[in-house]
Design a protein around this ligand. Sequence first.
Ligand SMILES: Cc1cc2nc3c(=O)[nH]c(=O)nc-3n(C[C@H](O)[C@H](O)[C@H](O)COP(=O)(O)OP(=O)(O)OC[C@H]3O[C@@H](n4cnc5c(N)ncnc54)[C@H](O)[C@@H]3O)c2cc1C
Length: 288
Amino acid sequence: MKPPPFTYHRPTDVAQAVATLGEVGARGKVLAGGQSLVPLMSMRLAEPAHLVDIGRLPGLDTVEVTSRQVRVGALVRHADLERHEEAHAANPVLRQALRHVAHPTIRNRGTSVGSLCHADAAAEMPAVLALLGGHVVAVSTAGEREVPVDELYVGPLETSLRPDEVVTAAAFPVPEGCVGTSVVEVARRQGDYAVCGVVALVRLAEDGSLDEARAAYVSVADVPPVLDLTEAVRGISPDGDWAPAGEAAKERLECDGDIHVSAQYRHHLVGVLTERALREAATRAEAG
Ligand SMILES: Cc1cc2nc3c(=O)[nH]c(=O)nc-3n(C[C@H](O)[C@H](O)[C@H](O)COP(=O)(O)OP(=O)(O)OC[C@H]3O[C@@H](n4cnc5c(N)ncnc54)[C@H](O)[C@@H]3O)c2cc1C
């Protein structure tokens, strides 16, 4: 199918982009890599009258790494971030998650910030941002603001971003201390959206004991839930029994079924994948 007619805008700086978005209001949409928006338009599930292509905006294609955060510009492709060695060294969960995002061809075009803005509960990067407690930077003609992840996601494919805002960057905080992370998921085919996924983080205290165990979930709820599972596995060693964390996650998360899997199977995956992801994260934390 073809998309409905629209007016195409190609601003050359952020000021022009937000001015256009301000003029067209809710009839406009930002176009980044187009890997989610264009299929939606072709299926006529989205019908923006104006597309504001941010592909030519200068200065948005960089990844900046400090000891505190990895800041990802709005035009950084999934593949660029996945291959960014400095970002990987600072925050390995980024590459761990990006390897599960679609296929290489889609990762070559799709942007990580676009994925955060698209707010698909089946996408990996929103769960990563939620687990790390990051934020996005949104710009409009009214100025710039930081939107923390717990205020960003409000429903399925729905964020608190205003129609006149462009997100220029996302900040993924670098976890402090002796930390390991892991991303595990089940998809029906390699590259498909996961039917269930877990992004896990384990922090060890100086004496090697467990300090913190947290997990964020993909394809489980309308917005990515984050669970603190530390109490369920207090005192455990990395090669110990992580099943209580899986059970605790199952108690706290309800699942729905869909055309791909039953609610019961997805709920089963929550338990199994939580256990698996936390054990792997703990092993990585111990290895340093
Ligand atoms: C076959 C297929 C399989 C896929 N599988 C997965 C998968 O397994 N996991 C996964 O996470 N993703 C998957 N994706 C989606 C892919 O990751 C997209 O690249 C991503 O969701 C959107 O990035 P984009 O740059 O293409 O954004 P676009 O498609 O251009 O935009 C998506 C939405 O975000 C908004 N937006 C984008 N950038 C900004 C910005 N800077 N400021 C404000 N709003 C903005 C747009 O207006 C639009 O509403 C898949 C896509 C396809 C086609």
